[in-house]
Write a protein that binds this ligand. Sequence first.
Ligand code: C5P
Length: 220
Amino acid sequence: RGGNDLAGKRVVVTAGGTREPLDPVRFLGNRSSGRQGVALAQAARARGAEVTLIAAHLEVPAPDDLTVIEVQTALELQEAVTEVAASADIVVMTAAVADYRPAEVRDAKIKKTEAGETLTLELVANPDILAGLSAGRREGQVVVGFAAETEPDPSALIELGRGKLEAKGCDFLVINQVGWTQGFATESNEVVVLRRGGDIVMEASGSKLSVADRILDVIA
Ligand code: C5P
C-alpha cells in the first residue's frame, strides 16, 4: 500500500512508554508496548521514508533497517525528538509519555522503614513534548499526536480528542481507546483520526500494521 509515496521524506516516530525513576531499582511507568509506534515506523520505511525511531522501553524488537535512539525518561525523549524533529518532515508522537515524574530521584533504594504505613510521593509535571513540537514546527512539517483514552462512550471520546487536538496544536490526532485488555500491548487497534479543526478524517481497525498504513495514507 502507498507505493513509494514517502520517498525522501524524513519521518520521526516515538514509541513505547517512558519510565520515570524513583530510586536505582524502581520507576513509574505505563503499559505501552511500543507496537503501534514500531508498526508506524516500519510502514513509513516500507513507503520509502527515512525513519528515525525514538524508542522508550519497547516490548517488541525494533526494526533493524532504520535509525533507533533509545530513551528512558520523558526528558530524554524530549531531547532526542526535539533534535531529530528539527530536520523532519513528519513527526509522530506515538509514545506514552509520563505526565509526571518523581520530584526527587533517590540515590539509594527507598526503605520501607522510612515510609511507615503510607508513602507519599511528590511528582512534578513533565513538559508537554507534543505541544512544544507543534508550537515550534517548521513550514510544511506535519505533527501527529496520539490520545490513549479510557472513555467508553464514543461521542465523549471524540470530544475528548477534539479538546486534546486543540490543546496540543498538532495537525492530526489519533484517538484510541485503551483499557486493561485493549489498545496497549495488544496486536490490534481501533482508531479515529481527527484533523486540525476537529473533523474526523479516518476511522480504522485491524492489525497495528494495517492501522499504521491507514494513518500514513492520511498524512501523505
Ligand atoms: O495529554 P496526553 O498524555 O493524553 O497526550 C497524548 C499525546 O501527547 C501523545 O501523542 C503523547 O506522545 C504526547 N505527550 C507528550 N508529552 C507529555 C505527555 C504526552 O508529548 N508530557
